[in-house]
Ligand binder design. Sequence first.
Ligand SMILES: [Zn+2]
Length: 238
Amino acid sequence: MEAILKPKYRKFSDLLVHPPKVIKNVFSNITWNINSDKKVVYLTFDDGPIPDITEKILLALDIFDAKATFFCVGENVKRYPHIYKKILDSGHTAGNHTFSHMNGLKSGTEEYIDNIEKASKYINSKLFRPPHGRMKSSQQILIEKEYNIILWDVLSYDFNKKLNKITCFNNVKHFTRPGSIVVFHDNIKASNNMFYALTQTLLLYKEAGYKFEALTEAVIKNQIPLPVKKSKIFTGFF
Ligand SMILES: [Zn+2]
């Protein structure tokens, strides 16, 4: 577990897996991780709910007594409300990931905000994660008035078909430490890599004494404060 305490960049693409401190400090109004000295990891799942896939994730989380956060796509919640309900009934939290997985950089500000609002009819949450981790500054300014914008500390890259499942797990293993927000995807494209990386992550960190908790507004608000520069605008780093 030594790598968990002192993660080092191994190659250039690691900058995407684990955003460097300099970026996190500049975009300090965004939650990248939870400042914590406790052995807690925040697992997050983007793009669901999807039948079978999300349900299997819920089973895996249950086995490890793990709670997580699901950044749901509104139209998927509309289509599969029973799975969305199951997520919440199991003690996990949900976040808004737009209604139609809209790419902020390719959308007008009004259109983008409308899409988030449409999703909010199905997803009752003040947590928001922009699809593709991108949005325009004009969008960010409006969103952060109402939402906590959550990105991540560790990206498993499970959605990348060119990466195998072991590489995805190694991404998580190498960079995850107390308070990390880790991204997986509950979509069809990522499922093979995701299930392997997720179960290995649950096994490894449970054994190392970690707890898996869900993100809430209170968790974000009550974290250990860090001296950081005030908000700048985030426009995406890839
Ligand atoms: Zn997404």
